[in-house]
Design a protein around this ligand. Sequence first.
Ligand code: CP
Length: 343
Amino acid sequence: MLTNFLTTADWTRDELEGLIASALRFKSGEDASKPLAGKSIALVFFNPSLRTRASMQVGIYELGGNAVVLEPGGTSWTLEHRAGVVMDGDKTEHVAEFVRVLGRYCAAIGVRTFAALKSWEEERRDPVLSAFAEYADVPLINLESAMHHPCQSLADMMTIREKFGDGKKRVSLVWAWHPKPLPMAVPNSFALAAAQMGHELTIAHPPGYELDDALMHEINTRAFDAGSVVRVTNDVDEAFDGAEVVYAKSWGSRHFYGAPEDDIETRAPFRQEWIVDEAKMARTTDDSVFMHCLPVRRNVIVTDHVIDSGASVVIDEAENRLHAQKAIMARLLKDEGLLKDEG
Ligand code: CP
């Protein structure tokens, strides 16, 4: 069976540990292998990116390969992903052909496709990523979909490992105010990966900003399997008390998909209460770290003081995207090679 990297839920804790170990070897220079020599990888971006795009392009180069960057609706044709539709609208090409054609040129495909925040029931099923997975006959890498950003969460787990070493840490995922509703992929994937790695996870958000129910069940199950627990709170201070890792992120309420103005009105009272500032960080441990996937709005999500302090590891976290993704690509291509060897 084809190995994809769509969500860390498809990977065991041991496999994730293996990827982190590999990423650390790439980072230290111990592993300078070039498993992509002579191969190309397609990177499909429906949405903007700095870190994901640059780190994938650099990572592919450093592994000896070639990156083919495509932007549907920009530098390539507009794409339809739904099955059975009459394509007499504004979409020129179907994912069914797009993905299989790319598979004839490229050894793997990465795709970024954000939630449009219009229909919760539809988008929680990750329809565009699922369509890519249905047709792909080469490994597929999720570069952030409507529900998951596993490359980010692997780099996040690697960063926690680097800063604190092995073992369970007190990790808090903390909602933050933002002028507009944002997708939930990053908090979903961070919470899931932290649970899988056995960290003592607190998820803090205002009422109404709960993560997906099925995903929360998965997060709780994975935490239990890893010998840990997950605590959910609406009390922002509780998230900071004794935390070793503060992971800030804003996300939109699933109750307001399709009605952003209602979300904006609902979140307004939480602006000052939920910003990451010096006073809140003072509630954490002496060696705590501040994390954010970036891009971040300064003095909205986090104050200048905190993000510029010694506790902030946001730049290391961004660097680790490069090493983590090299580990992912090397592993997927190795699995693919083994499959071909087996005939
Ligand atoms: N964190 C992250 O995925 O950054 P970009 O959106 O810039 O790729």
